[in-house]
Design a protein around this ligand. Structure first.
Ligand SMILES: NC(=O)c1ccc[n+]([C@@H]2O[C@H](COP(=O)([O-])OP(=O)(O)OC[C@H]3O[C@@H](n4cnc5c(N)ncnc54)[C@H](OP(=O)(O)O)[C@@H]3O)[C@@H](O)[C@H]2O)c1
Length: 309
């Protein structure tokens, strides 16, 4: 059992996942500390109940932020869904690896008591383009840019393994009406411009934000949970099915099909990553007793869209 008022340090907590996770940590009685680049913006997001420490990944992590901390959560990374210029690809890699390595090194430099757990995210992009193959945690990594980013990112997190329990969730696209894939699709569908990309046959791993938060709390609190976990709903769907399900929920058509070449003009090499097929299953999480509230896409969409904006 975690002691009352255990302190959890979150890096990247102002992002879309952090905005879901941090209030739940506070609600469960943790003392939450955030490492942030912009203190004022963070204070607007979290007016009460969290301690803020300024940190840019090029600087040393403030010692007070780490002192006596029980758990560390790492969510840092510049957004993927932008046009991939050479400079932006460097940022995608560096923002993740530098922050993760800095956190791992800081954890290992601490003397007793060291944090009991370091949860550092990765992504299902690790698998690259795997067609129809079922991807479990044992599946080999892909070879494309995102797959390489994920491998470096995970290796940086594993640097803390000699010093603490390391948990690495490989996150699927998080279903959240406020951010990410769903937030991008909603306006196009509402404007009757819904449709799929590429062939539409590619598998899209997804996970509801509720399950992301629950998984993170479960992983933090379970001493036997350790290593890499696919954090994707148990029933992945093809991109076309995702769009049809969204169309049904919104009572809008899913009729457009944007070919990869058109996406490449708009997004550069990101287009190929968007059309990669990853049939990811959360084998370890299920085997070790985590239960997903949203296994079926239709139910997840129905719940999410019923919440308003
Ligand atoms: N959401 C998804 O669907 C999804 C899927 C797979 C993997 N992931 C991964 O999960 C992590 C969190 O996702 P998210 O959706 O919450 O991302 P997000 O909304 O883009 O938030 C990312 C966070 O990282 C911080 N950050 C970005 N660049 C930084 C830098 N150079 N130095 C320090 N902090 C920096 C941001 O801080 P500021 O507020 O200061 O900008 C923000 O708090 C990311 O690494 C993402 O790649 C997310």
């Amino acid at each position: 059992m975690v002691g009352e008022q255990a302190a959890v340090l979150v890096a990247g907590g102002t992002g879309s996942i952090g905005q879901r996770l941090v209030p739940e940590l506070v609600r469960q009685g943790y003392r939450v500390r955030l490492l942030v680049r912009a203190v004022q913006r963070a204070r607007q997001l979290f007016p009460h109940g969290v301690e803020l420490y300024r940190w840019d990944t090029r600087q040393t992590i403030p010692g007070e932020a780490l002192a006596g901390v029980w758990g560390v959560v790492n969510l840092v990374g510049v957004p993927i869904a932008r046009r991939w210029t050479a400079a932006y690809r460097r940022e995608i890699l560096q923002s993740r690896v530098d922050a993760t390595r800095a956190l791992a090194e800081a954890i290992c430099r601490l003397q007793d008591p060291r944090p009991a757990v370091f949860l550092s995210v990765s992504a299902t992009g690790y698998y690259g383009n795997k067609g129809e193959e079922l991807c479990t945690e044992e599946t080999a990594p892909g070879e494309d840019f995102l797959a390489q980013v994920c491998q470096h990112w995970e290796a940086a997190a594993q640097e803390a393994a000699p010093c603490t329990r390391v948990v690495i969730p490989r996150l699927a696209a998080v279903l959240d009406r406020r951010a990410g894939l769903l937030a991008r699709l909603l306006p196009t569908f509402r404007s009757f411009l819904g449709g799929s990309i590429g062939t539409g046959q590619q598998w899209v791993p997804w996970v509801h934000w509720h399950d992301v938060v629950s998984f993170m709390l479960w992983a933090l609190q379970s001493p036997t949970v350790k290593g890499v976990y696919n954090l994707a709903a148990p029933e992945p769907v093809r991109y076309r099915q995702l769009c049809e399900a969204l169309g049904r929920q919104l009572r809008r058509p899913c009729w457009l099909r944007i070919p990869v070449w058109a996406l490449r003009i708009a997004y550069g090499a990101l287009a190929d990553a968007l059309c990669a097929s990853q049939r990811v299953v959360p084998r370890r999480a299920i085997a070790e007793g985590f239960s997903f509230r949203f296994a079926k896409l239709q139910e997840a969409l129905q719940y999410e869209l019923a919440q308003g904006t």
